[in-house]
Design a binder for this molecule. Structure first.
Ligand SMILES: NC(=O)c1ccc[n+]([C@@H]2O[C@H](COP(=O)([O-])OP(=O)(O)OC[C@H]3O[C@@H](n4cnc5c(N)ncnc54)[C@H](OP(=O)(O)O)[C@@H]3O)[C@@H](O)[C@H]2O)c1
Length: 116
């Protein structure tokens, strides 16, 4: 797993992600790592850049981001095309929060840390 954050959070993110990229100094898409999933909670990853870091058929999931409606709709249409061609499965939308989500994620992180 590779986490992307700014300089001040490098140690924290590295403690659970293993690998870390400082977005203020390095472009994650040029780090030479390929992943099954790119998960963007900020909206700064960009579909084109992220595809360079995704294996074919991997998942691009974006739950954060803002911008003009035309850009959002354009991104969704492009995502549909990328999904249709099989390059990647693109999921872009607003995340629905539910009670228990944080504890579920905490459990996944703890299971990963202990190698379960
Ligand atoms: N909060 C809301 O209610 C809300 C509602 C709808 C949509 N959104 C959208 O959701 C996104 C996140 O919102 P937020 O309220 O959590 O924003 P936020 O409090 O400003 O946090 C943004 C986080 O993203 C990090 N970040 C910035 N640029 C990055 C990059 N290029 N790569 C990796 N990390 C980066 C920042 O790290 P550093 O501070 O270390 O630079 C910070 O930790 C935004 O796009 C926002 O428009 C938020």
């Amino acid at each position: 797993m590779t986490g992307v954050c700014s300089t001040t959070n490098l140690d924290l993110v590295k403690s659970w992600a293993g690998e870390v990229v400082d977005y203020t100094r390095e472009d994650f898409s040029k780090a030479g790592r390929v992943h099954d999933v790119v998960f963007d909670t900020v909206g700064e990853s960009g579909l084109s850049r992220s595809l360079k870091s995704l294996k074919r058929g991997g998942f691009y999931v974006r739950v954060g981001g803002s911008g003009r409606m035309s850009a959002i709709v354009g991104g969704m249409l492009r995502g549909m095309w990328v999904s249709i061609t099989g390059t990647a499965k693109v999921i872009i939308g607003v995340a629905a929060a539910a009670a228990g989500d944080q504890s579920f994620l905490k459990g996944l992180i703890e299971a990963e840390s202990s190698g379960r």
